[in-house]
Design a protein around this ligand. Structure first.
Ligand code: GUN
Length: 285
């Protein structure tokens, strides 16, 4: 039987530590960390994510500045807003909630954010820094997963790590961070042949596919660590991950539940990155 990795509990611990740091900063007369969150359009899932980020900011003693913009706000206007936030010394982190409505050039928008305020770590400069192991922001979901593995004493070094999914937000950076920790990393994706043969070799299996029930018990090596990044709804409308949890849990050594696994860790690392952005500002003036 496996142990569940409790992302909710670890995220709460991290957020408490951040709140203490924010208090200490305030006592020293330093500015409160401040996160600008930009939401364009009416996507209901994005609205929930943004609301959760605002709640996290309150818990962590971080100021949040929400910008809720209509879908037709326009790309040039959005870029000017980002320019203003880049130049505003009171703003430490800038996050544009993705996906943007279709007419926007998402890459152009992300690349407009100053790399020193890019708390999502989506800017190519931060992607590059992460890739070569330089200091900088780390993307929230993969960094949160590593902290969760650390908490449970799971060291990727020398292990077969299989990441299913190759998105820029999760799959690719997850593979790079596991490699940085000396894992032997395979990235599988929708074109991968004989996927089950590959996943069955995983000591650490990370699924970031976005399909309920995608990882079946016959795809899992007994004793594997399973990390489920999926956020899906099943036929009953219930939130679930990519992993057939009931079937895979008895096989795994450790497994993340959905909800309560990776999701809260992503949110906690965003807060950590915002605090880091504020401290970076003090160091670079
Ligand atoms: N949409 C889904 N996940 C994310 C994320 O981590 N950051 C942003 N900005 N948008 C997202």
């Amino acid at each position: 039987m496996s142990e569940r990795m409790d992302g909710k509990a670890l995220a709460a611990k991290i957020k408490k530590e951040i709140a203490l740091c924010a208090e200490k900063r305030a006592a020293e007369g330093k500015a409160r960390p401040c996160l600008a969150v930009i939401l364009v359009g009416e996507d209901p899932a994005s609205a929930v994510y943004v609301r959760n980020k605002e709640k996290d900011c309150v818990e962590c003693g971080i100021e949040s500045r929400p910008y809720k913009l209509p879908a037709d706000y326009g790309e040039e206007a959005l870029l000017s807003l980002i320019d203003r936030l880049n130049d505003d010394p009171a703003v430490h982190g800038i996050l544009v909630q993705l996906p943007l409505p279709k007419r926007y050039d998402q890459r152009r928008v992300i690349e407009r954010i100053s790399p020193d305020k890019d708390v999502d770590a989506f800017h190519p400069v931060n992607v590059g820094r992460m890739t070569i192991g330089e200091k900088g922001f780390l993307p929230c979901t993969p960094a949160g997963i590593l902290e969760l593995l650390d908490e449970y004493g799971i060291d990727p070094a020398g292990k077969n790590c299989v990441v299913v999914g190759r998105s820029n937000i999760v799959g690719k950076p997850m593979a790079l961070l596991l490699l940085r920790r000396n894992g032997t990393v395979t990235v599988a994706h929708s074109k991968t042949r004989d996927l089950a043969d590959i996943t069955r070799r995983a000591d650490i299996l990370v699924s970031a596919v976005g399909k309920a029930g995608f990882i079946r018990a016959d795809m899992v090596k007994p004793g594997a660590v399973i990390v489920d990044v999926g956020m899906n709804r099943n036929e009953e409308g219930k939130l679930c991950g990519d992993v057939d949890f009931a079937a895979c849990e008895p096989l795994a050594s450790y497994i993340t539940p959905v909800p309560g696994g990776v999701g809260p860790m992503t949110r906690a690392i965003l807060m950590k990155n915002t605090l880091y952005a504020a401290e970076l500002k003090e160091n670079i003036g």
